[in-house]
Design a protein. Structure first.
Length: 66
């Protein structure tokens, strides 16, 4: 069981980093006007999914520390 938890920990750490990077890239490109209007729904959904992954990773980390 300990090995499974360690594997999940690595997954959530990587997911957290990837998601935070995704959010940063999206926010930067939006500030620069890099998306067309019709692309904004898809980009917004991707950003929302990245935010959800960050929240899940933080919850996992909190539970692991408890």
């Amino acid at each position: 069981m300990a090995t499974e938890k360690k594997d999940h920990s690595k997954f959530f750490e990587l997911g957290n980093r990837v998601s935070r990077s995704t959010i940063a890239v999206i926010d930067t490109v939006v500030q620069r006007g890099g998306f067309k209007g019709e692309e904004l729904t898809t980009i917004g959904q991707l950003r929302d999914q990245a935010v959800q992954m960050v929240q899940m990773a933080e919850e996992f980390q909190s539970e692991a520390e408890a």
